[in-house]
Design a protein around this ligand. Structure first.
Ligand code: C5P
Ligand code: MG
Length: 190
């Protein structure tokens, strides 16, 4: 199995690249952000709870996110592997993912971080906000809070997987095709 954590700040291109990688490597794409947006769109209790955090650019509590992720993984018992996009975002989420995969006698194969600097990210997200309809993409102070939360709570996840030699970085600036090639070179060797 290939279990890839696609990592990087908001707006770094994780979703775009995940959509291409799932086709090439025949994996299941799990985007926790997309799952939350689906729940919010249907105004479910989970969606309403998530919205109170997402609208401020904060993280949804770990137990909520971990439970949702677990359900999604368990819904695909025959998967050849997964791309986790936007998860894990905290050390606790990483530990929960490791435990979940260990329960199926598998593990995270690699974490690949897309590197994009802050100002480029703010510009990209604002551009996306014009068409995405996402309120959290349309307000610069919320965007900057998401970047701050990424730095304080999420970047330790890179170091966590680096301890077992699993963390990689690629330049996340360039054409979609160029970045896809950089990622494919790493995933192809797993
Ligand atoms: O991954 P994405 O940027 O689409 O996530 C959008 C929002 O969903 C995040 O800013 C955060 O509020 C919430 N989220 C979270 N925990 C995750 C993934 C997303 O709280 N693991
Ligand atoms: Mg995304």
């Amino acid at each position: 199995m290939i279990n890839l954590v696609l990592f990087g700040p908001p707006g770094s291109g994780k979703g775009t690249q995940a959509n291409k990688l799932v086709e090439k490597f025949n994996l299941i794409h799990i985007s926790t952000g997309d799952l939350f947006r689906y729940e919010m769109g249907n105004d479910t209790p989970l969606g309403r709870e998530a919205k109170s955090y997402i609208s401020k650019g904060e993280l949804v509590p770990d137990e909520v996110t971990i439970g949702m992720l677990r359900n999604k993984v368990e819904a695909h018992p025959d998967a050849r592997g997964f791309i986790f996009d936007g998860f894990p975002r905290t050390i606790r989420q990483a530990e929960a993912l490791d435990a979940l995969l260990a329960g199926s006698s598998t593990s995270v194969s690699a974490l690949v971080a897309l590197q994009v600097d802050d100002e480029e990210i703010v510009q990209r997200i604002k551009l996306r906000g014009a068409t995405s309809g996402r309120p959290d993409d349309s307000d610069e102070s919320i965007i900057r809070n998401r970047i701050d939360v990424y730095k304080s709570e999420t970047t330790p996840v890179f170091d966590y997987y680096a301890q077992s030699g699993k963390s990689h970085s690629v330049n996340g600036v360039g054409s979609i095709g160029e970045i896809f090639q950089r990622l494919s070179d790493i995933v192809g060797q797993l």
